[in-house]
Design a protein around this ligand. Structure first.
Ligand code: NOJ
Length: 506
């Protein structure tokens, strides 16, 4: 592993949704044993780090974002000694390990909440009130739930996820200890859930100023360990407010949700790219480029729709999608994202080109969004379906006979095994691209090259040129040797919905 102090500035980070990655013990749920057995796959993919969604003991009311104990491992996933083994093995493979930390809320199954139920003094760690206010939960329904003695507690998400009270110094102390607990065990960084929501006032909870003191303190702790990073999940429309999280003494990076939500349209993409660069470069923070994660529609499905934007709330769920077109665009988008300056994220299954599973049986759906919206929002299960590894039918080598969410028929061509054997597969495109990216892309800047309105063309510091054609007709490629293309070229022309990487001529 390179010992550069700035590995994270240009990293390719692979997101592991542990429950759905690989099942090592056959109980239908992904686990650490499954992940450990696939470290070779991840090394060959060419990523620099993995980010794991919460792996802590949890009743799984929100896929593990309801954390009952921040210092242990969910038994379904494995044990603490096994997690330590995994961290060491990942490092041996040259892969750094980032884990999720969930500071905004915990779980009704946590020791703190159980104490709070029986001891009113212990309620100061949460938001207990005699009367609720009119806030709604982000998952639908009211944000307050009543306990048997009549008081109400706040939960911005599901009722099983009581919000912690960051006005209480004990909460600060607890999370500082939790960071150290995992840094001491070798983790290389934290992805901070709901990072802008921690503080509450009479009028709101989004992006209150006090949150920055928390991250300044966390940064001091990360810096004590050296080479460790903090990544914010910060959904804020205001770029100036967003940038405050990335000041040199706060978080290292944050997810780029503007890029993730952007429709497949050249002017909008260019606007988002420029906005991202002008937000990040002046403060010296590396941008990030994200096409998908465990909360959003899979790109292959999204890009095949008439409306290619991502939107929360499920309005576009089930709208017709041309998956062939979607796959073509997802390939082009992947090469675009990987060529841009900064870090790139790959959500498991994205490298396999999995579509969103939109026809899950209703009784299989587990996302609280589905139940709390009375089914109006189908929720996020469709991007969390267990990965297909091998074979011709479910469970496609995931492990065990019955995965926790059903996989569709017809994924035999999408398994990792099938795709490794196919030079034109999405998996081989990701492998080639990530390999080239290591040497030629990542941290740095870009310069736009002259092009038509439907084309995004830019050069990178290494001399690599990236050209994406989002128009309806082929366009001439600039001079240079083509290093990689997301689809077949037409002689010296770049067809629609295709990206090419070229070495600029001497
Ligand atoms: C963001 C996470 O990505 C999502 O999955 C979760 O439901 C919410 N935060 C609440 O923790």
């Amino acid at each position: 592993m390179s010992m550069s102090r700035t590995w994270w500035r240009g990293a390719a980070i692979y997101q592991v949704y542990l429950r759905s990655f690989a099942d090592g013990n056959g109980d239908g749920c992904g686990d650490l044993a499954g992940l450990r057995s696939r470290l070779g796959y991840l090394k060959e993919l060419g990523i620099d780090a993995v980010w794991l969604n919460p792996w802590y003991p949890s009743p799984m009311a929100d896929g593990g974002y309801d954390v009952a104990d921040y210092r242990d491992i969910e038994p379904v996933f494995g044990t603490l000694p096994e997690a330590e083994k995994f961290i060491a093995e990942a490092h041996d493979h040259g892969i750094r390990v980032i884990i999720d930390v969930v500071p905004n809320h915990s779980s009704t199954a946590s020791a703190w909440f159980e104490e709070a139920l029986v001891d009113r003094k212990a309620r100061e760690r949460f938001w207990f009130r005699d009367e609720p206010n009119d806030w709604s939960s982000i998952f639908g329904g009211p944000a307050w739930t009543q306990v048997p003695d009549g008081q109400w507690y706040l939960h911005l998400f599901a009722p099983e996820q009581p919000d912690l009270n960051w006005d209480n110094p004990e909460v600060h102390q607890e999370f500082e200890d939790v960071l150290r607990f995992w840094f001491d065990r070798g983790v290389d960084g934290f992805r901070i859930d709901s990072a802008a929501l921690l503080f509450k006032s009479a009028t709101g909870y989004e992006d209150l100023d006090d949150v920055h003191d928390v991250y300044r303190r966390w940064r001091e702790i990360a810096d004590e360990y050296g080479e460790r990073i903090l990544i914010g999940e910060v959904w804020l429309p205001d770029q100036e407010r967003f940038a405050r999280y990335l000041r040199p003494d706060e978080l290292h990076t944050a997810f780029n949700f503007d890029f993730l939500s952007c429709p497949w349209r050249p002017a909008e993409l260019r606007r988002v790219i420029d906005l991202t660069l002008s937000t990040h470069l002046p403060i010296g923070a590396p941008p990030t480029w994200v096409l998908s994660n465990h909360d959003v529609t899979r790109p292959v499905t999204r890009y095949g729709r008439a409306d290619t934007a991502f939107e929360h709330g499920g309005r576009l769920h089930g709208s017709p999608s041309d998956l062939e077109l979607g796959r073509r665009r997802a390939r082009a988008a992947a090469l675009l994202a990987m060529a841009l300056p900064g870090c790139v994220y790959v959500y498991q299954g994205e490298e396999l080109g999995l579509p969103e599973v939109e026809d899950l049986p209703d009784d299989a759906r587990q996302d609280p969004m589905y139940a709390r919206s009375d089914g109006a929002n189908p929720g996020r299960d469709g991007c969390r379906v267990p990965l297909p590894w091998t074979g011709g039918e479910p469970p496609y080598g995931f492990g065990g006979p019955r995965p926790w969410l059903p996989q569709p028929e017809g994924w035999h061509g999408l398994t990792a095994q099938a795709q490794l054997a196919d030079p034109g597969s999405m998996l081989n495109l990701y492998r080639s691209a990530l390999r080239l990216r290591r040497d030629l892309l990542g941290d740095g800047t870009l310069s736009w090259l002259p092009s038509g309105d439907d084309v995004l063309a830019f050069g990178r510091d290494s001399g690599l040129i990236c050209v994406s054609n989002l128009g309806a007709v082929p366009v001439p490629l600039p001079p240079g040797e083509v290093l990689l293309a997301s689809g077949p070229l037409e002689g010296a022309a770049l067809p629609p919905d295709t990206t090419a990487w070229l070495a600029s001529p001497e």
